[in-house]
Write a protein that binds this ligand. Structure first.
Ligand code: F6P
Length: 321
């Protein structure tokens, strides 16, 4: 009798550590007696029947690599009933016992849709945005955090030398989780995030007061989800008369060598996801809550919003005087 088969997909935006998760799922899967296949280019690869067989050696030497060896993508077709039914048929034709989907919120939606059609799915949260409910941390987040902090450390050299205000745009489609932690770690003066409203007049007056007090350079960490950092900087320049520049950190935040912390998280999540499937469980998101591996039902993870840490936000304000 042949082994049961697990299918792996990386989906949505790439995040450092996805490779470490693929390695962990593959090795833990084989260790538990499964065959493992990897779909290429996210759900598009599943719909196209594009997959590769994974063995212990095919995932050698990838734990330290950013990106995803399987490639990834966003797949609007999975949101249609035609696309979804096609995916279900392919999974059944390939005789796949269960799917492990590595990605962010879009991947949760796809996982949920497959579960409703009777497919066993365990989701692994991976996104630099850290915006998935049910885990304190997503795969890739710590790496992006460190990348952004070291970029701001460099920007500060120019800000200081030229007595400038810098608006630094940080990724995060809808949330300011990454911006908040980057702001604290880089010691920025202000953070602008979708979760906390600010009055522009207050910001202008604080910047002007700081300037009078001899603070000649300031860094404002600006979350992508707040709109245009260029427009925001232009308003500050116009209303304060200060020298303002914008630096958009962009996709460097998604790439690069995963940190040790990211690799450990990815390895733990991968092995745990396999364990859950091996126990016959499904419809679950794995996560880390208060330092412990945990699970959340996929529908709950989709429905609930992760809390923004307002206490940490207030701490940043107190430390940036
Ligand atoms: O979800 C990760 C993320 O990098 C967001 O921070 C950003 O808004 C989005 O993906 C960009 O996506 P794309 O790769 O499609 O440009």
């Amino acid at each position: 009798m042949s082994n049961k088969k697990i299918g792996i997909i990386t989906s949505g935006g790439d995040a450092p550590g996805m490779n470490a998760a693929i390695r962990a799922v593959t090795r833990a899967g084989i260790y538990s007696g499964f065959d493992v296949i990897g779909f290429r280019r996210g759900f598009k690869g599943l719909l196209d029947g594009e997959y590769i067989n994974l063995n212990v050696r095919s995932v050698s030497g990838i734990i330290n690599l950013g990106g995803t060896m399987l490639h990834t993508g966003r797949c609007p077709e999975m949101k249609t009933s035609v696309g979804l039914n096609k995916a279900v048929n392919i999974i059944k034709e390939l005789d796949i016992y269960g799917m492990i989907v590595i990605g962010g919120d879009g991947s949760l939606a796809a996982g949920n849709a497959l579960c409703k059609k009777g497919i066993k799915v365990v989701n692994i949260p991976a996104s630099i945005d850290n915006d998935v409910y049910g885990t304190d941390e997503t795969i890739g987040y710590d790496t992006a955090l460190n990348t952004a902090v070291s970029a701001i450390d460099k920007i500060r050299d120019t800000a200081t030398s030229h007595d400038r205000i810098f608006v630094v745009e940080i990724m995060g489609r809808e949330h300011g989780f990454l911006t908040l932690d980057v702001g604290i770690a880089a010691g920025v003066e202000f953070i602008i995030v979708p979760e906390m409203k600010i009055k522009m007049e207050d910001l202008y007056s604080q910047l002007k007061k700081g300037n009078v007090r001899g603070k000649t350079s300031e860094i404002i960490a600006f979350a992508e989800g707040c709109g245009s950092s260029m427009d925001f900087a232009a308003k500050i320049a116009k209303n304060t008369g200060l020298d303002v520049r914008v630096s958009n950190l962009g996709y460097i935040q998604r790439g690069g060598t995963p940190t040790a912390r990211t690799r450990i998280l990815a390895s733990q999540f991968g092995a745990y996801a396999v364990k859950l499937l091996a126990e016959g469980k499904s419809n679950l998101l794995v996560g880390l809550i208060e330092g412990r591996l945990s699970t959340t039902d996929i529908p709950t993870a989709i429905k609930k919003e992760k809390d923004f840490n307002k206490t940490a936000y207030e701490v940043l304000k107190r430390l940036s005087i």
